[in-house]
Design a protein around this ligand. Structure first.
Ligand SMILES: CCCCC/C=C/C(=O)SCCNC(=O)CCNC(=O)[C@H](O)C(C)(C)COP(=O)(O)OP(=O)(O)OC[C@H]1O[C@@H](n2cnc3c(N)ncnc32)[C@H](O)[C@@H]1OP(=O)(O)O
Length: 392
């Protein structure tokens, strides 16, 4: 099964064969190689590359070619047939490296990943300063105004599904918000959905290396991501503008207030996806709503309406969709004027009782999920979702 998935993932790494087939032969010489990359640097780069924002087909081919050259040496496998577009493009890229020594390929690979990492990190850096500051990236818009930092998921055509790049950007945005001069922080979505959860294609863009490594790097990312919510020091409010799925629901237990439109629904289809709960929900949900209701959601995937979620304690208050934004933002503006230190201290005293426990729960949930992601049940469910939408 793992092999079947690897094949599927590798194919989906290059989605547009016509685009890559015209890619010119390349002989890559990245400059700035004063420091020689050792095997450890190379392995780190292989792990890091899986967390990068999609660099595009051209760059993927460069990375692929350098990886092959660094690990196997010059290309000496038969050229794929003319109709095998994807593999032919990959073969061409590798073959174009000629007799480039393995060590140089390894160095070039490490340098290339470093340059991609720094450009992707700088595009999501949060800058201090002006009152209405626009930060983040295309998929995550961060603004700060009138004492409120707003982090908005901005991928409405994909129902705000969270990519690995977005997880990293949210971590950076939360870290910056914890230090900026705003009083409260808000997470919301753009468009008709709040968030459709984890982007299911996060598991598919394997360029090279083992699936197990990819899963390991996503597990580390997930743990860091949830840790940020556990440790966030200021009042954190979710403005749930529409349906919420998966991790966007489970995380709500770590917020200080959850305001929902009456159009919102709350769905955690983990069993359907062959997965298990995260976001500390396995601990918080039973405490919050009682074990019976929590299990209906987390084991059987029962979808709740906003009214039901409010009755279970997951949502603070529900507003009619027609007046949702006006009513909620009026409320938030008033909260943002409360004394910030008092709010932080009150949050701290409540959170500190449980912080250690929450970190332990997070670690345990992630470790279970890491195994789930490699299970037949999970692989089949993800492939099923993606294959229905495949455009190739
Ligand atoms: C760091 C790792 C964390 C791992 C832990 C997290 C776990 C989870 O979050 S589990 C939950 C995962 N999410 C889902 O299973 C939801 C999957 N999506 C759907 O079921 C549906 O798309 C929908 C109910 C959210 C919306 O249905 P509908 O109104 O019919 O709209 P479409 O299905 O046509 O979606 C429009 C567009 O958006 C893409 N999309 C939606 N959700 C996701 C997603 N989670 N991942 C990737 N892509 C998603 C969908 O494919 C459509 O794209 P196009 O076909 O390109 O238009």
């Amino acid at each position: 099964m793992a092999q079947r998935l690897a094949k599927h993932w590798c194919l989906s790494a290059i989605r547009s064969p016509l685009q890559v087939i015209s890619f010119p032969a390349l002989q890559l010489h990245v400059s700035g190689t004063a420091m020689r990359a050792d095997q450890k640097d190379f392995e780190n780069a292989v792990t890091r590359v899986k967390l990068l924002k999609d660099p595009g087909n051209e760059m993927k081919l460069k990375l692929y070619a350098l990886y092959k050259q660094a690990t196997e040496g010059p290309c000496n496998v038969p050229k794929p047939g003319v109709f095998n577009l994807i593999n032919k493009a990959k073969w061409d890229a590798w073959n174009a490296l000629g007799s480039l020594p393995k060590e140089t390929a390894r160095q070039n690979y490490v340098d290339l990943v470093s340059s991609l990492s720094s450009s992707s990190a700088s595009s999501s850096q949060v800058k201090p300063g002006a009152d209405k500051e626009q930060q983040g990236s295309e998929n995550l818009v961060v603004t700060s105004e009138n004492g409120i930092t707003k982090i908005m998921l901005n991928r409405p055509t994909k129902k705000n599904a969270i990519t690995t790049q977005m997880y990293q950007e949210i971590i950076l945005a939360l870290k910056a918000a914890s230090k900026d001069d705003s009083t409260i922080t808000v997470l919301t979505g753009n468009g008709d959905y709040y968030c459709s959860g984890n982007d299911l294609s996060n598991f598919t863009d394997v360029l090279s290396g083992e699936i197990e490594e990819k899963v390991k790097s996503i597990a580390i990312l997930l743990r860091d991501f949830v840790d940020c919510f556990i440790d966030f020091p200021k009042p954190l409010i979710a403005v749930v503008n529409g349906p919420a799925v998966g991790i966007s629901v489970t995380l709500l237990g770590l917020f200080d207030a959850v305001y929902a439109s009456d159009r919102a629904t709350f769905h955690t289809p983990f069993s359907q996806l062959g997965q298990s709960p995260e976001g500390c929900s396995s601990y918080i949900f039973p405490k919050m709503m009682g074990p019976a209701k929590a299990k209906e959601m987390l084991i059987f995937g029962k979808k709740l309406t906003a009214g039901e979620a409010c009755a279970q304690g997951l949502v603070t208050e529900v507003f009619p969709d027609s007046t949702f934004q006006t009513e909620v933002w009026t409320r938030l503006k008033a909260y943002s004027k409360l004394p910030p230190n008092a709010m932080r201290i009150s949050k701290q005293i409540i959170r500190n009782m449980e912080k250690e426990k929450l970190h332990a729960v997070n670690a345990e949930e992630v470790s279970v999920l890491q195994e789930r992601w490699l299970s037949d049940e999970c692989i089949n469910a993800v492939m099923n979702f993606l294959s229905k939408r495949a455009k190739l």
